[in-house]
Design a protein around this ligand. Structure first.
Ligand SMILES: Cc1cc2nc3c(=O)[nH]c(=O)nc-3n(C[C@H](O)[C@H](O)[C@H](O)COP(=O)(O)OP(=O)(O)OC[C@H]3O[C@@H](n4cnc5c(N)ncnc54)[C@H](O)[C@@H]3O)c2cc1C
Length: 365
């Protein structure tokens, strides 16, 4: 292993790359070790930055998500400047329509910007909504990013900044006393001063840590070429069963199932049927749009649906995993708070709620 590396990040998904770039910009020598998995969740996601539409109740998690949403414009601007690439960040707002027979109470958090729109108002807001829609909540500050473009931008930024990326799988984290001594890969043994575990849904394969995969199936369609506008849908539609995320280039992402099926790969007819039926009910025009792609991914879930961030019992190993449904949203704040902790030993009080010790009874952490 290159002995000049201070920090070895295990896992090159959105979290691993975001942290690597932040650490490097602050002067650290960083290496990413990442396996050749077909589907990091970073590529599979919808890219919604949606703490309000996700209806996260007032809590440290909501504070973390709001902080990250606030960091997004400056964060992507910096990445775009470094790389000359676009991330597709779009402050489109998110509309959460409610259909007949669905109960959708007022969001708990009144301190954040939201507005109820009745049946007429919601149709003026976004034309083309289905007949079943009786009203909905409008969250103007929720946003979206093209997560695949963002991931490419992060990978390019890493290259430009001179971050080494080793394409290999970690097989074992070797511990000695209260420290991590090295990482065994399929090809070699790697050593660094400090280590970060950012292996998403696969984290439990390396550490006894309660992170497990929650599969999500997705598909995309696109606006037909003969349409008068590139993208008639100007905001995310966040239904109670499915969501529809328009991209400015005419793609429309439809997601997502939520399945406890381990690492079972592939799309299923039932999954696709439920997504298409829900999407067409919400926005009927979609029934004429050509289908582009089907895919799936594995969200890194935890039992309390909160991420695991910060110290571990090994003094030179940090944890950045378990981001579940909100890893794209939480990338900038995770990078910032972990870099503060690793390089400056600055512990943000917010991190206490995400410490591994809440699971300590069940693990050997
Ligand atoms: C269908 C779907 C929709 C989603 N929609 C959204 C959304 O709209 N908004 C949002 O904020 N979030 C969303 N998410 C969640 C988000 O994608 C994840 O929380 C996020 O990608 C997790 O990032 P990560 O870096 O921890 O994991 P990943 O992106 O999965 O990356 C983990 C990386 O670790 C590597 N790795 C694993 N094990 C090893 C090993 N042993 N050795 C070396 N490398 C290893 C893998 O190859 C992978 O590259 C969605 C997820 C899914 C599946």
């Amino acid at each position: 292993m290159n002995s000049s590396t201070d920090i070895l990040i295990i896992g090159g998904g959105i979290i691993g790359f975001s942290l690597a770039v932040e650490l490097k910009l602050r002067g650290a020598a960083v290496t990413i070790l990442t396996g050749d998995f077909k589907q990091p969740a970073a590529r599979a996601a919808a890219g919604m930055l949606a703490p309000q539409a996700e209806r996260i109740p007032p809590s440290p998690m909501l504070d973390l998500c709001l902080q990250s949403r606030g960091l997004y414009p400056g964060w992507v601007e910096q990445l775009e400047e470094i790389t000359g690439l676009k991330t597709g960040y779009w402050r489109s707002g998110i509309l959460a329509p409610v259909c007949e027979n669905e109960y959708y109470e007022q969001p708990e958090s009144s301190s954040v910007n939201s507005q109820w729109l009745d049946g007429d108002a919601i149709r003026q807001h976004q034309i083309g909504l289905g007949e079943e829609v009786i009203g909905g909540w409008w969250y103007p500050d929720d946003a979206q990013v093209d997560n695949r473009a963002l991931f490419r931008t992060l990978q390019t930024a890493s290259k430009k900044l001179g971050i080494e990326v080793i394409q290999d799988s970690a097989i074992e984290i070797i511990r000695q006393g209260d420290r991590v001594f090295g990482v065994e890969t399929t090809a070699e043994k790697l050593q660094a001063d400090r280590y970060v575990l950012a292996t998403g849904a696969w984290s439990e394969k390396l550490l006894n840590i309660p992170v497990f995969p929650r599969k999500g199936q997705m598909l995309s369609v696109c606006v037909p070429e003969d349409y008068p506008v590139t993208q008639p849908l100007q905001m995310v539609l966040f239904g109670t069963r499915i969501y529809i995320v328009p991209r400015q280039d005419g793609r429309v992402i439809i997601g997502a199932t939520s399945e406890n099926v381990g690492f079972t790969e592939g799309n299923t007819p039932t999954g696709m049927q439920s997504l298409l039926a829900g999407a067409i009910e919400l926005y009927p025009e979609l029934k004429n749009y050509p289908i582009r792609e089907f895919w799936w991914g594995f969200r890194p879930a935890t039992t309390d649906e909160l991420p695991i961030l910060g110290a571990s019992v090994w003094e030179n190993l940090m944890l950045a995993t378990g981001h579940y449904r909100n890893g794209i949203l939480l990338a900038p704040v995770t990078a910032k708070l972990l870099a503060d902790l690793i390089l400056e030993k600055k512990l943000d009080l917010l991190l206490a709620a995400f410490h591994y010790s809440r699971f300590a009874i069940h693990t050997d952490l």
